[in-house]
Write a protein that binds this ligand. Structure first.
Ligand SMILES: [Fe+2]
Ligand SMILES: [Fe+2]
Length: 488
């Protein structure tokens, strides 16, 4: 990378060990703290990052500026040499606190004392998810259905690593000693570990196969997007700026999820059409074609959607109300919403369990912040599901993918203590036990999916269960070598 990059507006300074656009070179205290944290991070990456590919050369994008249109530079990089850095969206001098009790104040450049503990908690919770997903996905390179897909996986992994850096920067810069301790903790916890698990449920589940990866990046990275969107509204300006830049990276993760599931569906429909299999529920015949039957894809969606809904927390939440009232965490598209942005008198309809059935109940809007964000998330998910259905429809197959009810298979909130079918009917335990394997992936389903996960690492080739993408990354041709594999 040329040195001249440092003189471009919004450009990233690559002259220090830690690429950044926050003037680290003249902030000795924070630079030193980050440099001390760096070896632990690399150690974590080498032991918990992508297994078996640390010496391979991967065609990755690296941020060289924060200009949303031109920040990416593509080139072959060995992942441990990726330039992880600290990148914030530009500061807007006129920005204000846009919601809550302090609405109208100038946005905070330092942490307000009374909000310190809450803000640190929000940063740590977000930060903890970033390395967690890298840990969950670390074995998937070995079964990649193509070099294109392998490259996308690794791109997501290095960017989740950078998101960890983003949160650690905030901790080091604004939270002194306890910030440094929290930053250490982020490297100590492990996804799925019985003694020191990651903080949130979905980030302790395993991601055993590529369909799981695509579902995870579609549903769970999209929860991440919603969380980042609401943190990007924060009155604490450095938080807002760092989340805004993270969102530009996050878009690719959801692209990988949506197109990954879409290409899986496309291939299934193609195989059915070319062999004259018409009934999508004739699972044995569809599977005999070496592709994933649509009902199993639906079950995977049911699982990942319900686990991701849990990440939004309880529908009615005092914490969420406090975060909002304090100006720390807003709503999706906060500044575009037409209301008073204080919400002390407003209400919001919350789906609750009333006398054994799901019913909407008006709750104070402040307490229903989580519910509202979750509703926005559901709408966002529905968009992708509708695009999957277009693929099925175009192929002339009679099947429709559906998001299950929010009451289905929940571990958190209103419906965590009841059993419900995907269409939201509350049922008894026995009925749940009988229906479970029709609604969620069974051991058999898992075994079948696993049997398809044979690596396909030939340039331009794709495993039989997935269709090739429409266009390459960085407009590369179909037979481009996205990963030069050197296995250590
Ligand atoms: Fe992330
Ligand atoms: Fe992500």
């Amino acid at each position: 990378m040329s040195n001249s990059a440092a003189y471009v507006e919004g450009a990233v300074d690559y002259s220090t060990k830690i690429p950044n656009n926050v003037g680290l070179a003249s902030d000795a205290r924070v630079l030193k703290a980050l440099e001390q944290w760096h070896p632990g991070y690399i150690d974590w990456w080498m032991t918990m990052g992508p297994d078996g590919f640390q010496t391979s050369e991967v065609y990755l994008r690296t941020a060289v500026s924060i200009d949303p249109k031109g920040w990416a530079q593509f080139g072959y990089v060995k992942m441990p040499e990726y330039r992880w850095g600290v990148l914030l969206a530009p500061q807007d001098e006129k920005r204000q606190v846009n919601f809550g009790a302090s609405k109208g104040e100038k946005a905070w450049q330092e942490v307000p004392g009374e909000h310190r503990a809450n803000l640190r908690r929000l940063i740590v919770i977000q930060g903890d998810t970033e390395p967690a997903s890298v840990e969950q996905q670390r074995h998937l390179g070995k079964t990649a259905p193509s070099l294109y897909d392998m490259r996308n996986l690794f791109q997501i992994n290095v960017e989740e690593g950078r998101h960890l850096w983003a949160m650690v920067y905030l901790l080091h810069k604004y939270f002194g000693k306890d910030g440094r301790e929290e930053a250490e903790g982020l490297l100590q916890r492990r996804s799925g570990d019985a003694d020191k698990p990651r903080m949130l449920g979905a980030f302790n589940e395993s991601t055993p196969d590529w369909l799981s990866l695509f579902m995870f990046t579609f549903f769970t990275d999209r929860d991440g997007k919603m969380q980042l969107e609401s943190l990007a509204q924060s009155g604490f300006d450095p938080m807002s700026r760092t989340c805004r830049f993270m969102l530009t990276e996050e878009a690719h993760h959801m692209f990988v999820g949506e197109t990954g599931v879409g290409r899986t569906i496309e291939r299934t429909c193609q195989a059915m059409n070319s062999t004259g299999v018409e009934d999508p529920y004739d699972i044995e015949r569809v599977r005999a074609l070496g592709v994933l039957d649509l009902p199993t894809i639906q079950k995977k969606a049911n699982l990942h959607y319900s686990l991701s809904l849990d990440l939004f927390g309880s529908e009615v939440s005092t914490n969420a109300a406090n975060y909002y009232n304090a100006g720390l965490k807003g709503r999706f598209m906060e500044t575009k919403i037409e209301d008073d942005h204080v919400l002390t008198r407003a209400t919001y309809p919350v789906l609750k369990l009333v006398e054994g059935a799901a019913k909407f109940v008006d709750e104070p809007a402040l307490s229903a912040i989580n519910m509202r964000l979750r509703d926005d998330y559901t709408k966002d998910c529905q968009g992708g599901v509708s695009r999957w259905n277009k693929i099925i429809e175009k192929a002339g197959v009679k099947f429709e993918m559906k998001l299950p009810s929010v009451a289905f298979h929940r571990g958190v909130g209103e419906f965590s203590n009841v059993y419900a079918t995907p269409d939201g009917t509350i049922i008894g335990k026995e009925e749940w036990e009988t229906g479970r394997d029709a609604w969620l992936p069974s051991t058999d389903d898992g075994g079948f999916i696993e049997s398809l996960m044979k690596p396909c690492w030939t340039k331009g080739k794709y495993a039989d269960w997935i269709a090739p993408p429409r266009v390459g990354i960085d407009n590369k041709p179909g037979d481009f070598e996205y990963v030069r594999i050197h296995q250590a």
